[in-house]
Design a protein around this ligand. Structure first.
Ligand SMILES: Nc1ncnc2c1ncn2[C@@H]1O[C@H](COP(=O)(O)OP(=O)(O)OP(=O)(O)O)[C@@H](O)[C@H]1O
Ligand SMILES: [Mg+2]
Length: 252
């Protein structure tokens, strides 16, 4: 299983949107994909309309020792896409993991099976023990970015967290890349920021840039992926291109 954490310390840049759409793109390419929603805002969970009734969430998986991955992952309406839903109150889980010896490694233990080709983990902007769990369980970290000026600050915080995790906790973790997922090309300042990011992170930045696109936002509201909501739209094409670049970079 190739586990990828979608991580960015700045809020609202498009983490959840990218997690969902990239999962659907990978599934379309024939891979079996699990989305783990590790954010108690539950945005990704709520962006999927027909989660088959389940009373189990990520909270159960992390707290109940004998519970295994296939008992909590739920099939979505999209072929090959599964979700492990978030729970609305993860603060109890955070407390429990904080006090447990090796509490940052529970998710890694639970992901030791080979049930899926890819696992994409959506995280919250705050760096709590849930995000640490995700990064310890992952082979890759993907950083989504908007080309807004303040996102550079979020990027340096995120890279510094990445370094601490690779130095201290998971030396296997690799940076899969930095993806601009919310770019307004009519905005001069945003274009300047994009150029700065491109020159500073030549190897890390993906060539594909996802533009600001109302269809992408609408798809999320309508509980769909861009693939089903607007399959002919430019945004869909861009997410497919980004998916192709990701497949070229990962070692499965
Ligand atoms: N390319 C895009 N074009 C237009 N809107 C977008 C695009 N990508 C994401 N959005 C919108 O931006 C908003 C924030 O996106 P999203 O919820 O994915 O961010 P996030 O990083 O997960 O936020 P949080 O940090 O709160 O979890 C949403 O309304 C989403 O629909
Ligand atoms: Mg989110």
């Amino acid at each position: 299983m190739t586990v990828i954490t979608i991580c960015q310390r700045k809020g609202g840049v498009g983490k959840s949107t990218a997690t969902l759409n990239l999962s659907c793109v990978l599934a379309e390419a024939g891979y079996k994909v699990l989305i783990i929603d590790l954010d108690d805002q539950q945005n990704t969970t709520k962006s999927i309309s027909k989660i088959v009734e389940t009373d189990k969430t990520i909270e159960d998986l992390l707290l109940k020792e004998d519970l295994v991955l296939n008992e909590v992952s739920v099939k979505t309406e999209w072929n090959n896409v599964y979700i492990l839903p978030a729970s609305g109150n993860l603060s109890g889980v955070v407390k429990h993991l904080d006090s447990e010896l090796g509490g940052h490694l529970i998710l890694k233990e639970k992901l030791s099976s080979d049930l899926f080709d890819f696992v994409l983990i959506d995280t919250s902007p705050s760096l709590n023990i849930l995000v640490i769990n995700a990064l310890c369980a992952s082979k890759y970290m993907l950083i989504p970015l908007s080309s807004k000026y303040f996102s550079m600050q979020g990027l340096s915080q995120t890279l510094s967290s990445f370094k601490k995790v690779t130095d201290r906790l998971n030396p296997e973790l690799k940076l899969l890349g930095i993806a601009v997922v919310n770019h307004d090309k009519r905005n001069v300042l945003a274009n300047e920021v994009l150029e700065q990011i491109r020159s500073k992170f030549k190897d890390e930045i993906f060539n594909t840039v996802i533009g600001i696109n109302i269809k992408i936002e609408e798809a999320q509201v309508k509980k769909q992926s861009i693939l089903t909501y607007a399959p002919l739209d430019r945004g869909c094409e861009q997410y497919r291109e980004l998916g192709k670049e990701i497949l070229k970079r990962v070692i499965i």
